[in-house]
Write a protein that binds this ligand. Sequence first.
Ligand SMILES: Nc1ncnc2c1ncn2[C@@H]1O[C@H](COP(=O)(O)OP(=O)(O)OP(=O)(O)O)[C@@H](O)[C@H]1O
Ligand SMILES: [Mg+2]
Length: 398
Amino acid sequence: MKMDHFPIVLALLRAASRDGSPAVTQHAERLREALSNAGADKEAQAIQQVLDSSRESSAAKLVPSRVVRSRAISGGEALTASTHPPVDKETSAPLAEILFADRLAELPPPILNDRLKRAVEHLTTQWAGADQLQAAGIKVPRTALFFGAPGTGKTRLALWAAAELGLPVVLARLDGLTSSYLGTTARNIRTLFDFANRYRCLLLLDEFDGIAKLRDDPQELGEVKRVVNAVLQAMDVRTSIGLTVAITNHEGLLDPAVWRRFDARLDIGLPDAATRAKIIERYTAGFDVQSGSVKVLTWLTEGNSGSEIETMCDFIKRHMTLHAEQHPSVIQSVQLFLDLSATSSSSTAREALLRDDAFWVTEALAYRDIKIVQADIAEALQTTQSKVSRILKSVERT
Ligand SMILES: Nc1ncnc2c1ncn2[C@@H]1O[C@H](COP(=O)(O)OP(=O)(O)OP(=O)(O)O)[C@@H](O)[C@H]1O
Ligand SMILES: [Mg+2]
């Protein structure tokens, strides 16, 4: 048998086996056997994989779960623990990492404000409902771009969405792909997309601006164009096959042509006060950090990302654990944290807290985004409210 057109046979089989028809399975088994008898083991194995994956997805339909297994959103073979990720031909370095949905489901989603939450819910709902859209002849959107400041939970959000959909993630960092030898970048992009298109997955292109990174160097301009074109072409092909989410924190670097390729574009901004309060509550849960302290920390973390807030909370928890006998106040912990994590960027709240009590207490009480009262300050300082008013009176006198 001439094998040149075998990929087409496989694609046919994949499409036909989606409905789980026993006749299709039976004929596929026959073909697999015939190929195997003729010594075409690789092809026989490929057919087996298609059969396995269609069995897996029809079995999954029987499992009642929160996870929605829509086949329209991403078709293809099932990724298994023994699937090798695609590699760079010259260096054999992996071009992507495979993350499975059951592990991803252990991660809680990032905490977002209500508007963002609604937008994200809409995205996952439409992806989960892709079968329905397709059946109605409506275009299924399969691309999204998440952008915003570092550490705001973009990667976490994409991983969580994949878990919600029950899809494994093929995670590629595009800055990593482009740092390999010149000329091979475009080929790596194609290898990566071919891999993602073959399997049922969410393709996550992290650090997506990596494709534009070479632009600064005029000598590399031709290369950048080739790479950007390779990405655009690959995305166009993939848009009818599977889900692609790209992430960047340098959205300004992206070409308008790239920008337009995305059906949805989500600006994951820095968390507002109410969101920061929830993030602080999550990361201090189980520790003696009461609501007054949460409010003071919310004030203090204005302009911080979720990731920075998590780091601060981790410090507070460590400090409270190591100095449990002294029972430090949250303010004592946080002042130590600030002393140990000086930054070049200035924050009025941080500077106030490092100056003196009278100064920061006045600032905190004047915070507009949430209402902070003297009792909150007293709690964060582990002192009485009358002590707080004495602190404030000392300011009035000076
Ligand atoms: N909104 C949030 N809610 C809860 N946790 C958050 C939030 N944002 C960030 N984090 C915490 O910070 C970690 C890092 O976030 P993540 O890597 O998703 O950020 P990112 O936006 O992808 O950052 P970068 O742009 O630097 O890649 C998360 O794993 C999580 O623990
Ligand atoms: Mg990230």
